[in-house]
Ligand binder design. Sequence first.
Ligand code: GNR
Ligand code: NI
Length: 184
Amino acid sequence: MAIRPILCLPDPKLRAVSENVGVVDDSVRALMDDMLETMYDAPGIGLAAIQIGVARRVLVIDLAKQDETPAPQFFADPEILTRSEETSVYEEGCLSVPDYYEEVNRPAKIRLRFLDRNNERREIEAEGLLATCLQHEIDHLDGKLFIDHLSRLKRERAIKKYAKAARNSEPAAARGPEIREKQG
Ligand code: GNR
Ligand code: NI
């Protein structure tokens, strides 16, 4: 197992559409193990493969609290079969959009088909935080981020924050002699 670097905005790989794995074999299980270790280290409650630069439809989730026994869940090739009319709001964050949190409205319940860690086809109903987290992770597989669900003003403000951070971390010579903007 290995902890791998997590890609952050404005990395364009986060906008890639990931490909199905088809079969969960040992190589996919090894990827799941690296993802889990990376997620626990961050720490986060979910991680999609593209966040470590791998464009495959694989995600890991663990919603256990810090004082509880770990409860990892593994999903490959997830498909949302149905979404409830009813919606719910959670304050979301993302390891690829650090230090930014906003409320997002999503369907409260979903029915999901996926392959588990043993390559068994399964179907579950998810609600609450699991439903929110699954939708957040499946968005990653389609190149979407939670900020895409916000108003244009909020989204552009968030994106601008990271564009600025990336620019300021380039060597000064590459930036030219402009006066540096205030961080904000
Ligand atoms: O750690 C995470 N917390 C979280 C909180 C609310 C809704 C979604 C999430 S997922 C996030 C980790 C992450 O970025 N997964 O892609
Ligand atoms: Ni995320």
